[in-house]
Design a protein around this ligand. Structure first.
Ligand code: HAM
Length: 417
Protein backbone atom coordinates (compact mmCIF):
# COMPACT_ATOMS: atom_id res chain seq x y z
CA UNK A 1 0.00 0.00 0.00
CA UNK A 2 1.60 3.35 -0.98
CA UNK A 3 2.01 5.89 1.82
CA UNK A 4 -0.24 8.47 0.14
CA UNK A 5 -3.59 7.79 -1.45
CA UNK A 6 -6.54 9.97 -2.33
CA UNK A 7 -8.57 11.04 0.73
CA UNK A 8 -11.94 9.33 1.33
CA UNK A 9 -14.54 10.49 -1.17
CA UNK A 10 -11.92 11.98 -3.53
CA UNK A 11 -10.88 10.33 -6.77
CA UNK A 12 -8.34 10.54 -9.56
CA UNK A 13 -9.98 10.62 -12.96
CA UNK A 14 -7.40 8.99 -15.22
CA UNK A 15 -7.14 8.77 -19.00
CA UNK A 16 -8.92 7.57 -21.06
CA UNK A 17 -11.89 8.25 -18.71
CA UNK A 18 -10.81 11.87 -18.23
CA UNK A 19 -11.44 12.52 -21.96
CA UNK A 20 -15.04 11.51 -21.34
CA UNK A 21 -15.32 14.15 -18.60
CA UNK A 22 -14.05 16.86 -20.91
CA UNK A 23 -16.38 15.69 -23.66
CA UNK A 24 -19.28 15.75 -21.16
CA UNK A 25 -18.65 19.41 -20.41
CA UNK A 26 -18.31 20.28 -24.10
CA UNK A 27 -21.63 18.62 -24.98
CA UNK A 28 -23.25 20.54 -22.11
CA UNK A 29 -21.68 23.80 -23.32
CA UNK A 30 -22.97 23.14 -26.83
CA UNK A 31 -26.53 22.59 -25.59
CA UNK A 32 -26.73 25.64 -23.34
CA UNK A 33 -24.65 28.07 -25.42
CA UNK A 34 -27.04 27.41 -28.29
CA UNK A 35 -29.72 28.86 -25.98
CA UNK A 36 -27.89 32.05 -25.05
CA UNK A 37 -26.05 31.02 -21.88
CA UNK A 38 -22.51 32.29 -21.23
CA UNK A 39 -19.95 30.62 -18.99
CA UNK A 40 -19.14 31.90 -15.51
CA UNK A 41 -16.09 30.59 -13.66
CA UNK A 42 -16.50 31.47 -9.97
CA UNK A 43 -13.72 30.76 -7.46
CA UNK A 44 -13.63 27.47 -5.56
CA UNK A 45 -13.43 29.33 -2.27
CA UNK A 46 -15.73 32.03 -0.90
CA UNK A 47 -16.49 33.81 2.35
CA UNK A 48 -18.47 31.27 4.36
CA UNK A 49 -21.34 33.77 4.59
CA UNK A 50 -22.08 33.24 0.89
CA UNK A 51 -22.96 29.62 1.55
CA UNK A 52 -24.74 30.19 4.86
CA UNK A 53 -27.66 31.47 2.72
CA UNK A 54 -28.21 27.94 1.41
CA UNK A 55 -29.88 27.35 4.76
CA UNK A 56 -28.73 26.74 8.35
CA UNK A 57 -31.08 23.81 8.62
CA UNK A 58 -29.56 21.93 5.69
CA UNK A 59 -26.96 19.18 6.02
CA UNK A 60 -24.91 20.95 3.35
CA UNK A 61 -24.39 23.98 5.61
CA UNK A 62 -24.62 22.50 9.10
CA UNK A 63 -22.59 19.30 8.64
CA UNK A 64 -20.77 19.09 5.33
CA UNK A 65 -18.92 22.36 4.78
CA UNK A 66 -15.16 22.32 4.18
CA UNK A 67 -14.45 25.56 6.00
CA UNK A 68 -11.39 27.05 7.64
CA UNK A 69 -9.87 30.34 8.74
CA UNK A 70 -7.27 31.49 6.21
CA UNK A 71 -3.96 33.23 6.91
CA UNK A 72 -5.71 36.60 6.73
CA UNK A 73 -8.20 35.55 9.43
CA UNK A 74 -11.07 35.19 6.96
CA UNK A 75 -13.56 32.41 7.56
CA UNK A 76 -13.82 30.80 4.13
CA UNK A 77 -15.25 27.58 2.68
CA UNK A 78 -14.74 25.42 -0.38
CA UNK A 79 -17.96 25.77 -2.36
CA UNK A 80 -20.51 22.99 -1.77
CA UNK A 81 -22.42 24.15 -4.89
CA UNK A 82 -22.32 27.09 -7.28
CA UNK A 83 -25.76 28.74 -7.20
CA UNK A 84 -24.85 30.90 -4.20
CA UNK A 85 -21.56 31.89 -5.88
CA UNK A 86 -23.39 32.93 -9.06
CA UNK A 87 -25.77 35.08 -7.00
CA UNK A 88 -22.84 36.61 -5.10
CA UNK A 89 -21.20 37.40 -8.47
CA UNK A 90 -24.44 38.99 -9.67
CA UNK A 91 -24.57 41.27 -6.64
CA UNK A 92 -20.89 42.14 -7.03
CA UNK A 93 -20.88 42.87 -10.79
CA UNK A 94 -24.50 43.90 -11.47
CA UNK A 95 -24.70 42.55 -15.04
CA UNK A 96 -27.74 43.41 -17.18
CA UNK A 97 -30.65 41.04 -16.87
CA UNK A 98 -31.66 38.51 -17.94
CA UNK A 99 -28.30 37.08 -16.91
CA UNK A 100 -28.03 33.58 -18.38
CA UNK A 101 -24.97 31.73 -17.13
CA UNK A 102 -23.58 28.20 -17.17
CA UNK A 103 -20.77 26.64 -15.20
CA UNK A 104 -18.78 23.46 -14.73
CA UNK A 105 -16.45 22.44 -11.96
CA UNK A 106 -15.82 20.71 -8.66
CA UNK A 107 -17.72 21.15 -5.38
CA UNK A 108 -16.96 19.85 -1.91
CA UNK A 109 -19.26 18.30 0.69
CA UNK A 110 -18.13 16.28 3.66
CA UNK A 111 -20.56 13.41 3.04
CA UNK A 112 -20.35 9.69 3.77
CA UNK A 113 -18.68 8.38 0.60
CA UNK A 114 -20.36 5.61 -1.40
CA UNK A 115 -21.00 4.79 -5.07
CA UNK A 116 -22.32 8.02 -6.58
CA UNK A 117 -21.64 10.12 -3.46
CA UNK A 118 -18.25 11.75 -3.15
CA UNK A 119 -16.65 14.53 -1.12
CA UNK A 120 -15.34 16.17 -4.25
CA UNK A 121 -17.75 15.93 -7.14
CA UNK A 122 -18.27 17.81 -10.36
CA UNK A 123 -21.36 19.64 -11.53
CA UNK A 124 -22.42 21.36 -14.70
CA UNK A 125 -25.29 23.77 -14.38
CA UNK A 126 -27.12 26.87 -15.50
CA UNK A 127 -28.57 29.84 -13.62
CA UNK A 128 -30.78 32.65 -14.92
CA UNK A 129 -31.18 35.81 -12.88
CA UNK A 130 -33.69 38.58 -13.34
CA UNK A 131 -36.66 36.85 -15.01
CA UNK A 132 -39.99 36.07 -13.37
CA UNK A 133 -41.75 34.13 -16.10
CA UNK A 134 -42.96 30.51 -16.00
CA UNK A 135 -41.90 30.09 -19.65
CA UNK A 136 -38.32 30.44 -18.41
CA UNK A 137 -38.87 27.63 -15.90
CA UNK A 138 -39.94 25.46 -18.86
CA UNK A 139 -36.87 26.51 -20.90
CA UNK A 140 -34.49 25.69 -18.06
CA UNK A 141 -36.06 22.31 -17.34
CA UNK A 142 -36.22 21.43 -21.04
CA UNK A 143 -32.50 22.17 -21.45
CA UNK A 144 -31.71 19.66 -18.71
CA UNK A 145 -33.85 17.05 -20.44
CA UNK A 146 -32.30 17.84 -23.79
CA UNK A 147 -28.82 17.34 -22.38
CA UNK A 148 -29.63 13.88 -20.97
CA UNK A 149 -31.08 13.00 -24.39
CA UNK A 150 -27.86 14.11 -26.10
CA UNK A 151 -25.87 11.82 -23.80
CA UNK A 152 -28.06 8.97 -24.98
CA UNK A 153 -29.64 8.28 -21.57
CA UNK A 154 -33.13 6.79 -21.83
CA UNK A 155 -33.85 5.92 -18.22
CA UNK A 156 -33.78 9.37 -16.65
CA UNK A 157 -37.08 10.75 -15.44
CA UNK A 158 -37.98 14.30 -14.63
CA UNK A 159 -39.75 14.78 -11.31
CA UNK A 160 -41.54 18.07 -10.76
CA UNK A 161 -43.03 19.93 -7.81
CA UNK A 162 -43.73 23.44 -6.61
CA UNK A 163 -42.99 24.60 -3.07
CA UNK A 164 -45.27 27.62 -3.49
CA UNK A 165 -44.45 31.18 -2.46
CA UNK A 166 -42.49 31.65 0.79
CA UNK A 167 -45.73 32.32 2.71
CA UNK A 168 -47.38 29.21 1.26
CA UNK A 169 -44.31 27.24 2.13
CA UNK A 170 -44.16 28.43 5.72
CA UNK A 171 -47.87 27.73 6.29
CA UNK A 172 -47.26 24.26 4.86
CA UNK A 173 -44.24 23.72 7.11
CA UNK A 174 -46.39 24.63 10.15
CA UNK A 175 -49.05 22.16 9.02
CA UNK A 176 -46.45 19.45 8.49
CA UNK A 177 -44.91 20.05 11.90
CA UNK A 178 -48.34 19.78 13.53
CA UNK A 179 -49.09 16.61 11.57
CA UNK A 180 -45.88 14.83 12.60
CA UNK A 181 -45.93 16.13 16.20
CA UNK A 182 -49.42 14.69 16.65
CA UNK A 183 -47.93 11.22 16.19
CA UNK A 184 -44.30 11.58 17.25
CA UNK A 185 -43.96 8.00 18.51
CA UNK A 186 -44.69 6.65 15.04
CA UNK A 187 -41.67 8.48 13.57
CA UNK A 188 -38.16 7.03 13.42
CA UNK A 189 -35.56 8.59 15.76
CA UNK A 190 -33.75 10.11 12.79
CA UNK A 191 -36.91 11.75 11.44
CA UNK A 192 -37.82 13.06 14.90
CA UNK A 193 -34.46 14.80 14.90
CA UNK A 194 -35.00 16.12 11.35
CA UNK A 195 -38.43 17.42 12.40
CA UNK A 196 -36.86 19.77 14.96
CA UNK A 197 -34.60 21.30 12.29
CA UNK A 198 -36.55 21.08 9.05
CA UNK A 199 -40.02 19.48 8.89
CA UNK A 200 -40.00 19.50 5.06
CA UNK A 201 -37.04 17.14 4.99
CA UNK A 202 -38.97 14.50 6.91
CA UNK A 203 -40.81 13.93 3.62
CA UNK A 204 -37.47 12.79 2.18
CA UNK A 205 -37.12 9.91 4.65
CA UNK A 206 -36.81 6.53 2.95
CA UNK A 207 -37.20 4.65 6.26
CA UNK A 208 -40.13 2.19 6.11
CA UNK A 209 -41.18 3.15 9.65
CA UNK A 210 -41.92 6.71 8.48
CA UNK A 211 -43.83 5.74 5.34
CA UNK A 212 -47.42 5.62 6.73
CA UNK A 213 -47.15 9.01 8.45
CA UNK A 214 -45.59 10.59 5.36
CA UNK A 215 -48.31 9.10 3.18
CA UNK A 216 -50.94 10.67 5.46
CA UNK A 217 -49.18 14.09 5.57
CA UNK A 218 -50.87 17.19 4.13
CA UNK A 219 -49.93 18.06 0.55
CA UNK A 220 -48.21 21.31 -0.45
CA UNK A 221 -50.74 21.94 -3.26
CA UNK A 222 -53.40 22.64 -0.62
CA UNK A 223 -51.34 25.67 0.47
CA UNK A 224 -50.56 27.30 -2.89
CA UNK A 225 -51.56 30.94 -3.35
CA UNK A 226 -53.45 31.67 -6.60
CA UNK A 227 -50.24 33.11 -8.12
CA UNK A 228 -48.15 30.09 -7.21
CA UNK A 229 -50.79 27.70 -8.53
CA UNK A 230 -51.08 29.64 -11.82
CA UNK A 231 -47.30 29.75 -12.23
CA UNK A 232 -47.02 26.00 -11.69
CA UNK A 233 -49.92 25.29 -14.08
CA UNK A 234 -48.19 27.23 -16.84
CA UNK A 235 -44.90 25.40 -16.32
CA UNK A 236 -46.68 22.06 -16.64
CA UNK A 237 -48.67 23.18 -19.67
CA UNK A 238 -45.45 24.45 -21.33
CA UNK A 239 -43.61 21.18 -20.74
CA UNK A 240 -46.49 19.21 -22.23
CA UNK A 241 -46.64 21.59 -25.20
CA UNK A 242 -42.96 21.06 -26.05
CA UNK A 243 -43.04 17.32 -25.37
CA UNK A 244 -40.92 17.10 -22.21
CA UNK A 245 -42.28 14.21 -20.12
CA UNK A 246 -42.43 14.64 -16.34
CA UNK A 247 -44.03 13.15 -13.26
CA UNK A 248 -45.43 15.22 -10.41
CA UNK A 249 -44.19 14.41 -6.92
CA UNK A 250 -45.65 16.50 -4.09
CA UNK A 251 -43.00 14.98 -1.77
CA UNK A 252 -40.06 16.39 -3.74
CA UNK A 253 -38.56 18.91 -1.30
CA UNK A 254 -34.85 19.07 -2.31
CA UNK A 255 -31.94 19.43 0.09
CA UNK A 256 -31.31 23.19 -0.02
CA UNK A 257 -33.43 25.83 1.66
CA UNK A 258 -33.47 28.59 -0.95
CA UNK A 259 -36.11 27.05 -3.20
CA UNK A 260 -39.54 28.47 -3.80
CA UNK A 261 -42.16 27.70 -6.45
CA UNK A 262 -40.85 25.36 -9.20
CA UNK A 263 -38.50 22.58 -8.07
CA UNK A 264 -37.40 19.54 -10.03
CA UNK A 265 -35.04 16.62 -10.08
CA UNK A 266 -33.71 14.30 -12.77
CA UNK A 267 -33.61 10.73 -11.47
CA UNK A 268 -31.77 7.83 -13.08
CA UNK A 269 -33.72 4.56 -13.07
CA UNK A 270 -30.52 2.52 -13.07
CA UNK A 271 -29.03 4.03 -9.88
CA UNK A 272 -29.80 3.09 -6.28
CA UNK A 273 -32.59 5.25 -4.93
CA UNK A 274 -30.53 7.02 -2.24
CA UNK A 275 -28.18 8.33 -4.98
CA UNK A 276 -30.44 8.34 -8.02
CA UNK A 277 -30.66 12.14 -8.45
CA UNK A 278 -28.43 12.95 -11.40
CA UNK A 279 -29.49 16.59 -11.24
CA UNK A 280 -31.81 19.02 -9.57
CA UNK A 281 -32.83 22.62 -9.44
CA UNK A 282 -35.58 25.12 -9.08
CA UNK A 283 -36.47 28.75 -8.41
CA UNK A 284 -34.66 30.66 -5.69
CA UNK A 285 -36.17 34.14 -6.02
CA UNK A 286 -34.96 35.44 -2.63
CA UNK A 287 -31.31 34.40 -2.78
CA UNK A 288 -29.84 37.47 -4.50
CA UNK A 289 -31.60 39.70 -1.97
CA UNK A 290 -30.30 37.55 0.90
CA UNK A 291 -26.80 38.19 -0.42
CA UNK A 292 -27.30 41.95 -0.35
CA UNK A 293 -28.62 42.56 -3.88
CA UNK A 294 -31.90 43.97 -5.17
CA UNK A 295 -34.97 41.68 -5.26
CA UNK A 296 -34.12 39.44 -8.23
CA UNK A 297 -35.81 36.25 -9.35
CA UNK A 298 -33.58 33.27 -10.15
CA UNK A 299 -33.84 29.75 -11.44
CA UNK A 300 -31.39 27.06 -12.48
CA UNK A 301 -30.20 23.52 -12.04
CA UNK A 302 -27.01 21.56 -11.50
CA UNK A 303 -26.28 18.08 -12.80
CA UNK A 304 -23.84 15.75 -11.08
CA UNK A 305 -21.17 14.70 -13.56
CA UNK A 306 -19.90 11.73 -11.50
CA UNK A 307 -23.37 10.30 -11.02
CA UNK A 308 -24.55 10.94 -14.55
CA UNK A 309 -21.51 9.08 -15.90
CA UNK A 310 -22.37 6.13 -13.64
CA UNK A 311 -25.86 6.17 -15.17
CA UNK A 312 -24.23 6.27 -18.63
CA UNK A 313 -22.14 3.20 -17.69
CA UNK A 314 -25.27 1.41 -16.51
CA UNK A 315 -27.05 2.15 -19.79
CA UNK A 316 -23.92 1.52 -21.90
CA UNK A 317 -24.00 4.96 -23.52
CA UNK A 318 -21.62 7.90 -23.90
CA UNK A 319 -18.34 6.00 -24.18
CA UNK A 320 -15.00 7.81 -23.77
CA UNK A 321 -14.07 9.36 -27.12
CA UNK A 322 -11.09 7.63 -28.75
CA UNK A 323 -7.86 9.44 -27.86
CA UNK A 324 -5.91 7.96 -30.77
CA UNK A 325 -3.07 9.74 -32.53
CA UNK A 326 -2.93 9.74 -36.35
CA UNK A 327 0.68 8.64 -36.65
CA UNK A 328 3.24 6.84 -34.50
CA UNK A 329 6.86 7.39 -35.44
CA UNK A 330 9.21 4.42 -35.07
CA UNK A 331 12.84 5.51 -35.24
CA UNK A 332 15.57 2.90 -34.77
CA UNK A 333 18.41 5.34 -35.46
CA UNK A 334 18.60 6.95 -32.02
CA UNK A 335 15.50 9.12 -31.82
CA UNK A 336 16.59 12.44 -33.33
CA UNK A 337 14.75 11.69 -36.59
CA UNK A 338 11.57 10.95 -34.62
CA UNK A 339 11.94 14.31 -32.85
CA UNK A 340 12.21 16.14 -36.19
CA UNK A 341 9.35 14.23 -37.82
CA UNK A 342 6.88 14.46 -34.90
CA UNK A 343 7.61 18.18 -34.57
CA UNK A 344 6.96 18.76 -38.27
CA UNK A 345 3.76 16.73 -38.11
CA UNK A 346 2.43 18.45 -34.99
CA UNK A 347 3.14 21.85 -36.51
CA UNK A 348 1.11 20.76 -39.53
CA UNK A 349 -1.83 19.83 -37.27
CA UNK A 350 -1.39 16.05 -37.21
CA UNK A 351 -1.58 14.09 -33.96
CA UNK A 352 1.69 12.25 -33.64
CA UNK A 353 3.43 10.22 -30.95
CA UNK A 354 6.69 8.30 -30.78
CA UNK A 355 8.77 5.94 -28.68
CA UNK A 356 11.74 6.95 -26.55
CA UNK A 357 14.92 5.34 -25.17
CA UNK A 358 15.94 3.84 -28.53
CA UNK A 359 13.93 0.65 -27.96
CA UNK A 360 14.02 -2.27 -30.42
CA UNK A 361 11.96 -2.20 -33.59
CA UNK A 362 9.68 -4.87 -32.13
CA UNK A 363 8.98 -2.93 -28.94
CA UNK A 364 8.39 0.34 -30.86
CA UNK A 365 5.96 -1.41 -33.23
CA UNK A 366 4.06 -2.75 -30.20
CA UNK A 367 3.82 0.80 -28.84
CA UNK A 368 2.64 2.00 -32.26
CA UNK A 369 -0.12 -0.57 -32.18
CA UNK A 370 -1.20 0.38 -28.65
CA UNK A 371 -1.33 4.07 -29.61
CA UNK A 372 -4.30 3.45 -31.89
CA UNK A 373 -2.53 5.32 -34.73
CA UNK A 374 -3.70 4.67 -38.28
CA UNK A 375 -0.11 4.68 -39.59
CA UNK A 376 3.38 3.97 -38.37
CA UNK A 377 6.15 6.02 -39.94
CA UNK A 378 9.33 3.96 -39.79
CA UNK A 379 12.81 5.38 -40.03
CA UNK A 380 15.74 2.96 -39.93
CA UNK A 381 19.33 3.53 -41.06
CA UNK A 382 18.46 2.91 -44.75
CA UNK A 383 15.71 5.55 -44.64
CA UNK A 384 17.91 7.95 -42.67
CA UNK A 385 20.68 7.72 -45.26
CA UNK A 386 18.26 8.08 -48.19
CA UNK A 387 16.18 10.86 -46.54
CA UNK A 388 13.05 8.73 -46.86
CA UNK A 389 10.51 7.16 -44.50
CA UNK A 390 8.30 4.08 -44.63
CA UNK A 391 4.56 4.60 -44.12
CA UNK A 392 3.02 1.40 -42.78
CA UNK A 393 -0.78 1.22 -42.35
CA UNK A 394 -1.69 -0.31 -38.98
CA UNK A 395 -5.44 -0.63 -39.33
CA UNK A 396 -5.97 -1.49 -43.00
CA UNK A 397 -4.45 -3.78 -45.59
CA UNK A 398 -3.20 -1.02 -47.90
CA UNK A 399 0.39 -1.68 -49.04
CA UNK A 400 3.16 0.09 -47.15
CA UNK A 401 5.04 2.75 -49.14
CA UNK A 402 8.35 4.54 -48.98
CA UNK A 403 8.27 8.31 -49.50
CA UNK A 404 10.78 11.15 -49.48
CA UNK A 405 11.03 12.83 -46.08
CA UNK A 406 10.18 16.11 -47.80
CA UNK A 407 6.83 14.65 -48.93
CA UNK A 408 6.04 12.76 -45.72
CA UNK A 409 3.62 15.16 -44.05
CA UNK A 410 1.70 15.93 -47.25
CA UNK A 411 1.40 12.21 -48.05
CA UNK A 412 0.09 11.37 -44.55
CA UNK A 413 -2.41 14.23 -44.76
CA UNK A 414 -3.61 12.92 -48.11
CA UNK A 415 -4.06 9.30 -46.97
CA UNK A 416 -5.78 10.39 -43.74
CA UNK A 417 -8.33 12.42 -45.64
P1 HAM B 1 -28.03 19.48 -5.40
O1 HAM B 1 -29.29 18.69 -5.53
O2 HAM B 1 -27.44 19.60 -4.07
O3 HAM B 1 -28.36 20.90 -5.99
O4 HAM B 1 -26.93 18.91 -6.37
C1 HAM B 1 -27.19 18.74 -7.74
C2 HAM B 1 -26.63 17.42 -8.22
O5 HAM B 1 -25.25 17.31 -7.88
C3 HAM B 1 -27.26 16.20 -7.56
O6 HAM B 1 -28.47 15.84 -8.19
C4 HAM B 1 -26.19 15.14 -7.75
O7 HAM B 1 -26.26 14.60 -9.06
C5 HAM B 1 -24.92 15.95 -7.64
N1 HAM B 1 -24.35 15.79 -6.29
C6 HAM B 1 -24.68 16.45 -5.16
N2 HAM B 1 -23.94 16.02 -4.13
C7 HAM B 1 -23.12 15.05 -4.61
C8 HAM B 1 -22.10 14.20 -4.04
N3 HAM B 1 -21.75 14.28 -2.76
N4 HAM B 1 -21.49 13.31 -4.85
C9 HAM B 1 -21.81 13.21 -6.17
N5 HAM B 1 -22.74 13.99 -6.75
C10 HAM B 1 -23.39 14.90 -5.99
C11 HAM B 1 -27.47 21.92 -6.10
O8 HAM B 1 -26.29 21.82 -5.93
C12 HAM B 1 -28.10 23.22 -6.54
N6 HAM B 1 -27.05 24.24 -6.58
C13 HAM B 1 -28.77 23.04 -7.88
C14 HAM B 1 -29.39 24.29 -8.38
C15 HAM B 1 -28.89 25.12 -9.31
N7 HAM B 1 -30.54 24.80 -7.98
C16 HAM B 1 -30.77 25.93 -8.63
N8 HAM B 1 -29.77 26.14 -9.41
Amino acid sequence: MPEFQTSPGMRDILPPDSARWRHFVSVFAEVVEASGYGQIIPPLLEDIGVFARIGDATDVVSKEMYDFVDKGDRHVALRPEQTASVCRAFVQHRPTVPWKTWYAGPNFRYERPQRGRYRQFDQVGIEVLGVDDPHLDAEVIALGSEFFDRLGLRQVSLVLNSLGEPDDRSRYVDALRAHFEADLDALSDASRETLTRNPLRVLDSKRPQDAPLIEAAPRIAEYYSDEAAAHFDTVQRDLRAIGVPFVLDPMLVRGLDYYRRTTFEFQAGTLESAQNAVGGGGRYDGLVEDLGGPPTPGIGFALGVDRTLLACDDEGVFAAPAANVDVFVVDTTGGAAALAVTTEMRRAGLAADRAFENRSMKSQMKAADRSGAAFAVIIGSTELDASTAVIRPLRSDIEQTTVDRADLVATIQKVLS
